[in-house]
Design a binder for this molecule. Structure first.
Ligand code: GA4
Length: 330
């Protein structure tokens, strides 16, 4: 058994790595400029609930600009960073994830994102004159990723052959939609060096929203769970975006798309920075299978609920809980 004699690490679980396989060919890669993109997006959402998109039109310089601002923030002193905390649920957080006892080897900033005008939770550090470059990079990045998400969601509708094409994108582009943006920093964990173990950076979970759009620096750590329950590592690609199907999209498609279980494993050497935009519908929106997708005599697998009800239940849960289980018809 491995004992890590480092205060603060004792509650964070160690993960053995031997069973995780590298997943280069198995993560679906979709070039958005190709004519078969719509069909490939649907295939990926059914099989993995996860895909990587290339040729997405967002300049890598914009991603790097925001990443550099995040790195600048995370290198401030703890006292300075904690002026923007605790995350209740938005703000700066360190190790604690959510309010129900989950912990991980990371620090983060969580912002609520409003659509019109495009705005986000204001935090203490943004008051500094030097934070002007952070704000402008963040706003530009959020606007670009919204356009990308809308495109991917319209491709989904096209691939599913349902009209109107904005039937899914409209839910999360609505002016009252409920977006969240997350900047994560997983520092290297030197005590792991020399051991064949990883430390839980962000424990296994599914995202409650419709989709999440993730970009990370060139570091490893993200793992997804396949249908057979095995874990695979997602090779890093700092120029591409990764899309996760969330619980709400699983319900909208009556289980046809799969809300992907994923986690992040911290490493002994690398510093990982990821930026994730979670696209949720307006609070009052009913989350139920799209009628356009229901076959004759097909019934919903889920009880009816609003996004507000689902979100409230999610915030009472632990990360690894099967949140959709509460809403499945038995
Ligand atoms: C998982 C997806 C997003 O990161 C998040 C997370 C949220 C949080 O960090 O506050 C939650 C988690 C996430 C689901 C269950 C609850 C709420 C932590 C947690 C234990 C911002 C979200 O929307 O749900």
């Amino acid at each position: 058994m491995v004992v890590l004699s480092n205060p603060g690490l004792d509650q964070i679980s160690l993960l053995g790595s031997p069973k995780v396989i590298a997943c280069s060919p198995c993560v679906p890669v979709i070039d958005l400029s190709k004519p078969d993109a719509a069909a490939s997006v649907v295939e990926a959402c059914e099989e993995f609930g996860f895909l990587k998109v290339t040729d997405h039109g967002i300049p890598v310089e914009l991603m790097q600009r925001l990443e550099a601002e995040a790195v600048k923030f995370f290198s401030l002193s703890t006292v300075e960073k904690e002026r923007s905390g605790p995350p209740d649920p938005f703000g700066y957080g360190n190790r604690k994830i959510g309010a129900n006892g989950d912990v991980g080897w990371l620090e983060y900033l969580l912002f609520a994102v409003a659509s019109k005008p495009l705005s986000y939770t204001f935090m203490d550090f943004l008051r500094e004159p030097a934070a002007c470059s952070f704000s402008s990079a963040l706003k530009e990045y959020l606007a670009a990723v919204r356009t990308l998400a809308s495109k991917v969601l319209e491709l989904m509708a096209e691939g599913l052959d349902i009209e109107p094409r904005d039937v899914i994108s409209g839910l999360v582009m609505d002016e009252n939609s409920d977006g969240i943006f997350r900047l994560n920093h997983y520092p290297p964990c030197p005590v792991l060096r020399g051991y064949n173990y990883g430390l839980t950076g962000f424990g296994e979970h599914t995202d409650p929203q419709v989709i999440s759009v993730l970009r990370s620096n060139n570091s490893t750590g993200l793992q997804i769970s396949l249908k057979d329950g095995s874990w695979v590592s997602v090779p890093p690609d700092e120029e591409s975006f990764f899309i996760n199907v969330g619980d709400s999209l699983q319900v909208l498609t009556n289980g046809r798309f799969r809300s992907v279980k994923h986690r992040v494993v911290a490493s002994g050497w690398e510093s990982r920075v990821s930026m994730i935009y979670f696209f949720g519908p307006p609070l009052a929106e009913k989350i139920a299978p799209l009628p356009q997708l229901m076959g004759e005599g097909e019934h919903s697998l889920y009880k009816e609920f609003t996004w507000d009800e689902y979100k409230k239940a999610a915030y009472k849960s632990r990360l690894a809980d099967n949140r959709l289980g509460l809403f499945e018809k038995r």
